[in-house]
Design a protein around this ligand. Structure first.
Ligand code: PLP
Length: 400
């Protein structure tokens, strides 16, 4: 079959909810992927930040193979060895915690919202979230995501959300009422344009939460599992949340999400029957996630993410010096971005035609988030392609 034929199947049978790139990816290894016609690409935004170990990492592949031949799925009424071990890994790396497993980031957000409401016991139910945030596409997550483009057409939304401005503590203080039970945010807004929370902001939120007995809730769906150079992004700030959501890189490519509740507040809130998921944390996906933790430790990927991230950012800053269309180069670990003064689509298209896959968000922010296993040589190659793509995409943006 050819890509054109797959496209025509899509036209006939797939709901068109995504902007479609005319490339059908069929194989991946590390930071490289191949399409149906055998063209090779360097993947610098692997699977929307899911494949943080690179495609088909041996540790994940062997865990999946091994588990698939034993048992794929059991009901959550039975004890699941892999699920118990994974929850222990998460707790060991984050904070003393109890975890609920689900299948995606949005479901983890739903769980977080439900937990906060139950914790608030009816009298406190408001959750403060942030403009340009992104928490997923289910109705609770959509209400939490303070962006018109995500919410329009789906009103009435779930009640009880108040929106504040990221990195603006005064706007959060103004949004707090005596009904506030949680403050829910991404330490780095990913879809919102790779906006990094300042230390002052996060520390200020922690202080405010302590003062008003509010849950501090971090969405680490995109930032978690080593992406920023630490296992979880909150660890850069010297504070600990009460609630954390995970997904994406946690499974190394299989669908898994997690709602992680600090032992400080976990007791007596969710009991049998209060929440659930048929597939949540089944043996297959939890075995894969254990494979992810093993690889991060064995291959020293936190250090790699930090070091390679610093190298990539230095190179991206070099591009900023060369092209006036680039207004900012920023990042933490391997969560990097170039902000432009013009739409980024032309550079994304030009790069893809030259064999580099990146993402553009908020129209003008190029998201560059390679796997933690990326090599220096691959970073050099990607930056060279980016440079050529800028030259080609913006005629007037040639070297300043
Ligand atoms: N939270 C954040 C920070 C995300 O970036 C995303 C997805 O991009 C989600 C939640 C939703 O995750 P999922 O698409 O797995 O539901």
């Amino acid at each position: 079959m050819k890509t054109k034929e797959v496209q025509s199947l899509y036209e006939k049978f797939i709901l068109p909810t995504y902007t479609q790139i005319p490339v059908c990816l069929v194989k991946g290894k590390g930071s490289r992927v191949w399409d149906l016609e055998g063209n090779e690409y360097l993947d610098f935004f692997p699977g929307w930040a899911v494949s943080a170990l690179g495609h088909c990492h041996p540790s994940v592949v062997s865990a999946v193979k091994k588990q698939a031949s034993k048992i794929l799925h059991i009901s959550n009424n039975f004890l699941n060895l892999k699920q118990a071990q994974l929850a222990q890994e998460i707790s060991n790396h984050a904070f003393p915690a109890k975890t609920f497993f689900c299948n995606s980031g949005a479901e983890a957000a739903e769980g977080a919202i439900k937990f906060a409401r139950k914790f608030g016991a009816g009298s406190r139910y408001e959750i403060i979230t942030f403009r340009k945030s992104f928490h997923g596409r289910t109705m609770g997550a959509v209400a939490a995501t303070a962006q018109d483009k995500i919410q329009n057409g789906f009103q009435p939304l779930l009640e009880g959300f108040r929106y504040a401005t990221f990195n603006d503590l005064d706007s959060v203080k103004a949004a707090v009422t005596d009904k506030t039970i949680g403050i829910f945010l991404e330490p780095i807004q990913g879809e919102g344009g790779v906006q990094i929370a300042t230390e002052e902001f996060i520390k200020g939120l922690r202080y405010l939460c302590d003062l008003r007995k509010i849950l501090l809730m971090f969405d680490e769906v995109q930032t978690g599992m080593g992406r920023t150079g630490k296992m979880f992004a909150f660890q850069h700030y010297g504070v600990e949340p009460e609630v954390m959501t995970l997904a994406k890189a946690l499974g190394g490519g299989v669908p898994i999400g997690a709602l992680v509740i600090n032992d400080r507040v976990a007791k007596g809130v969710f009991g049998p029957g209060s929440h659930g998921s048929t597939y949540g944390g089944n043996p297959l996906v939890t075995a894969a996630a254990l494979g992810v933790f093993r690889a991060i430790k064995k291959d020293g990927l936190l250090k790699k993410s930090k070091d390679m991230g610093a190298y990539l950012l230095e190179k991206l800053s070099g591009l900023k010096e060369k092209f006036s269309v680039i207004t900012d180069a920023r990042g933490l670990g391997l969560m990097c971005a170039l902000e432009l003064s013009q739409p980024g689509a032309p550079v994304v298209d030009a790069a893809r035609k030259k064999g580099l896959l990146i993402n553009c968000t908020q129209d003008k922010v190029l998201r560059i988030m390679p796997a933690m296993t990326v090599s220096k040589k691959q970073v050099d190659k990607a930056v060279k392609i980016l440079e050529e793509s800028f030259q080609e995409a913006y005629a007037e943006a040639k070297a300043v």
